[in-house]
Write a protein that binds this ligand. Sequence first.
Ligand SMILES: Cc1cc2nc3c(=O)[nH]c(=O)nc-3n(C[C@H](O)[C@H](O)[C@H](O)COP(=O)(O)OP(=O)(O)OC[C@H]3O[C@@H](n4cnc5c(N)ncnc54)[C@H](O)[C@@H]3O)c2cc1C
Length: 407
Amino acid sequence: MPVDFELTKEQEDIKATVREFAERYIAPKAVEFDEKQEIHPEIIREMARLGLFGVVFPDKYGGLGLDPVTAGLILEEIVRADLTFSLAVAYLVQTSWGYIAYKYGSEEFRDEVITKAARGDLWIGIATTEPGAGSDLVGITTTARKVGSEYVVSGEKAYISGVREARERGKWFEYGGGHVTLTYTDKSKQHRGMTFFFIPLTDPNISIRLEKEFGRKGWSFGSFVLNDVKVPEKYRIGDEGRGFYIAMEGFDHARAYIALACAVGGKRAIELAVEYAKQRKAFDSPIASFQGIQFQLADNWARLEAAHSLAYKALWALKMEQEGKIGRFEVTKIAAAAKLFAVQAAKAAIDDALRWFGAYGYTEENLVALALKAVKSYDWAEGSLDIMRLIVAREVLGRDFVSGRRR
Ligand SMILES: Cc1cc2nc3c(=O)[nH]c(=O)nc-3n(C[C@H](O)[C@H](O)[C@H](O)COP(=O)(O)OP(=O)(O)OC[C@H]3O[C@@H](n4cnc5c(N)ncnc54)[C@H](O)[C@@H]3O)c2cc1C
């Protein structure tokens, strides 16, 4: 199997441009994202100007037409500059679920919505989770009824990222945004009766409520209630009954990017802690000279390096799938394994790295402390670690061994 980690000239140039931007504009403000509980709108606008909200959309709709591996290289630079992971969420959700909305959306939808998203004038989020159903998507209760050329949608979505940014026009995104929202169009068919819609959160008939987040506070997280909200047919994403399958595909994209964000975030936390450990002295020696710290460093670095490679394998698998070279389930397995491994590697590394800072690690101005809170979100967001384990086991063992299945 040929393996090549070399970047193309185009990839090198993109990475260098984004790194320069991220170091100059993002890094100096990152601590403030959590402190102010929002991302400075001018940073979002500058990212939009660089095309960073449209990286995977085709040129025809105003995007950069990049593949998932190159989109990952951009994510690396964003995470390195913002260890609160707030901008990572803004970027990776648009890059994964925006792509899914483009792929399955109608031509009218693409012309109207994807072109705005590609310019960074509109943000696309994902809403599958409800107060009563997260891991078990079949348990959702939101429904969509067809009435003439519209659908009437009712239900509640909970713990959804970006509800505030999508609700407000003009502050972060000119047109606000909306969420690719999972509903039932025929509950009797269970997962075969689910359908996705793009639902703009700017609709005044939708009410939103914000949660107080534990970490990653720059990007909002909350619920929205749909009370007989009318959604035009052109906003349906994919055919009726295909929602569950499209959701599974979208999760693969998001999980691969999350795996990369965690691997890179973990490495960056270690780098910051290493700088500190080289100059901080205890017992007349830099703490970096103590083997207790060196062994932690080595174990974590080895795990993060492995997580980094596996994340790129997942992004490469998405690219191969787009080129028709590998199948869906292979991608699902690698993406789930990548998220499972990277989240745990990052949590362990960031926790150890934070300890090297001593008491200074227990302050909210320490980026590594903010990273520890943020990375915890990936125990659940885009599928819990237990669900990742179930997926990997199912793909390795075969579907006859799915736990709890009636035989
Ligand atoms: C910061 C953050 C952002 C989020 N953003 C979004 C978003 O933008 N859009 C969206 O739709 N959702 C979002 N979510 C929700 C996320 O997708 C869910 O939290 C996740 O799917 C788990 O669902 P749940 O919270 O309902 O937990 P539950 O499904 O109730 O699970 C609770 C626990 O039981 C375990 N469990 C469940 N089933 C099994 C099983 N079969 N075997 C073993 N263990 C099991 C789970 O692993 C978990 O530990 C976000 C969550 C967080 C924390």
